[in-house]
Design a protein around this ligand. Structure first.
Ligand code: FMN
Ligand code: SF4
Length: 522
């Protein structure tokens, strides 16, 4: 370790506890992977107990990994595309790198090997097909009009409610109600943009940040200004170097153009922990602790960052706000299809001709999404995932079901983060299930016993089943699923049973041995 370098970097690092993650990230980049010596030196510098800093370091996947490491994605879609063959010695295996349209994905340091390409369409709300290189590009295309002439807060909330916009981070909470809840609180709120995008299959927020960062900033600043916030944070996953550069440049442009008006907009860079996308885990992470979810209530709208009311909103949700306010909530709502309200960005990956990110109506079916936007199927489709790992695993018969919460409930699934993944017939649903549960097991924050042990146990069961061994009978698995769903404190443990139950229901022949006396593993 270069001690002189360490000392000179430490001198520049702030000592407030909320800067812990950022400081660790800077040390990793500027000095080297965070081993015990660096961790202790930073703890002493920030006057935090050494054990507490070590605890934080060990929570994140990347702090102990060199910045120039080669990272290979082995999420379900990359696994299906053969990524395990790319795992050469010295490579780091990671669960999802958020570039599923390019599977199999390898990150060489910050760079996506092979380069990034975009496949998209020109939707009416986010207009992704045209990239804004500069703030002037954005303004020429009609941007900034709302920020320059902000409607009253009551009208904004009314339009959001009329639009039916419901958070696109996965939980689907009505956006207008959330803004109203924050506005009702006393005290200056914070605004946090959730740009952690870690759900396997989900690439849409990256598209927004890389193609239309100014649109995201306009939506964000409308929220901050109208709610009276003066500090905005964007919590961005570490793997998105391209988004980071685009956002940093756009924030600087807004500042130079005098559009920030005393507002600060800061990037907080994650360190490889999927669970930090859960909003309360994110708050813990930002406050300098391990990213473990909090019990709710209270909700962040009431008691959020540093105890103050906080609006936490997904990147894409905020990117729709300018169009809703410009054209009216009712008109935006009409863009939906059937019983769906409005439009959203669908991440489409797998066995389709043009994997990418497409703006299309809520209520569209998976088949229409593939055929109307992603160029069609490349062969006979097999199992598909409608909206990210926890949304479920469905058979081809469900390709014609409208992708809405209500319609998918009948199939025991959900829309989640709208990450449609089409697997080819050749990829076994059992392997897909095993890989999905492996993801949950590896990304569980370990706080709740049912989630910590349940996901590991299930992963073991499905791995064994692939080798014709049945280490646990079905009734015991069912008990685990109930306990996980009912007693886990966050969405990860609560939703993990969905894909398992889907697979039991739609591919019963793969699980028949669970009903026979079980064979313990050797
Ligand atoms: C395990 C887990 C991971 C999550 N990851 C993300 C994420 O990466 N991005 C995101 O916007 N929301 C994520 N969420 C949802 C957030 O907790 C929260 O609902 C969302 O940021 C609110 O914004 P929205 O209402 O605009 O969707 C996750 C939730 C859970 C349970
Ligand atoms: S459900 Fe799982 S991920 Fe969520 S808090 Fe509990 S242990 Fe952590």
């Amino acid at each position: 370790m270069d001690v002189l370098r360490l000392v000179s970097v430490l001198e520049t690092l702030p000592t407030d506890r909320t800067r812990l993650l950022d400081n660790l990230g800077r040390l990793r980049r500027e000095v080297g992977p965070i081993g015990p010596e660096l961790s202790d030196a930073l703890a002493d510098h920030m006057s935090i107990r050494r054990g507490e800093v070590h605890e934080v370091v060990s929570f994140y996947s990347f702090l102990q990994v060199p910045v120039d490491a080669v990272r290979v994605c082995t999420g379900p879609m990359c696994d299906c595309a053969g990524s395990r063959e790319l795992l050469l010695e010295g490579c780091v295996e990671v669960p999802c790198l958020g570039h599923c349209d390019l599977a199999p994905v390898v990150l060489d340091g910050d760079d996506v090997r092979g380069g990034v390409t975009y496949s998209t369409n020109d939707g009416p709300s986010t207009g992704l097909a045209t990239r804004d290189d500069t703030l002037s590009d954005y303004e020429r295309r009609g941007g900034l009009s709302l920020l320059r002439k902000l409607p009253p807060l009551e009208r904004i909330i009314e339009e959001l409610k009329t639009s039916g916009l419901a958070g696109y981070g996965g939980a689907g909470f009505p956006t207008g109600l959330k803004w109203e809840a924050v506005a009702r609180e006393t005290g200056r709120p914070y605004v946090i943009v959730n740009a952690d995008e870690g759900e396997p299959g989900t690439i849409k927020d990256r598209y927004v940040m890389e193609l239309r960062p100014h649109l995201l900033l306009e939506g964000t600043l409308i929220a901050a200004r109208s709610l009276g916030a003066t500090e905005v944070y964007v919590y961005l996953r570490e793997e998105y170097a391209g988004s980071r550069a685009r956002l940093a440049a756009a924030i600087a442009e807004f500042g130079t153009a005098g559009l920030l008006n005393g507002l600060s907009v800061e990037l907080v860079i994650g360190a490889g922990a999927y669970i930090c996308g859960e909003e309360t885990a994110m708050l813990e992470s930002m406050e300098g602790r391990r990213g473990m979810p909090r019990l709710r209530p209270p909700y962040p709208a009431q008691v959020g960052y540093l105890g103050r009311p906080t609006l936490i909103q997904n990147v894409e949700t905020l990117a729709h706000v300018p169009a809703i306010l410009r054209n009216g909530g009712a008109q935006w709502r009409e863009l939906g299809r059937g019983l769906g309200d409005g439009v959203r960005l669908w991440s489409v990956s797998g066995a389709v001709l043009r994997p990418g990110c497409y703006e299309a109506p809520n209520g569209i079916t998976a088949r229409a999404l593939v055929e109307e936007h992603a160029g069609g199927f490349t062969g006979e489709p097999g199992a598909f995932v409608p909206g990210g790992a926890a949304s479920g695993i469905l058979p081809p018969a469900a390709l014609d079901v409208p992708l809405t919460r209500d319609a998918l409930t009948d199939w025991g699934a959900g829309v989640g983060s709208a990450a449609l993944q089409i697997f080819p017939r050749s990829y076994s649903p059992l392997r897909l299930l095993a890989e999905t549960v492996r993801f949950f097991a590896e990304e569980s924050c370990q706080k709740c016993t049912p989630c910590r042990i349940g996901n590991r146990a299930l992963h073991h069961v499905f791995e064994e089943l692939q080798h014709d061994r049945t280490p646990m009978p079905r009734h015991q698995i069912e008990e685990w699923l109930d306990a996980m769903h009912l007693t886990s404190i966050c969405g990860l443990g609560q939703a993990a049973p969905y894909p398992v139950r889907n697979a039991f229901r739609h591919w019963p022949e793969l699980f028949e041995s669970l009903d026979r006396p079980h064979t313990p593993a050797e």
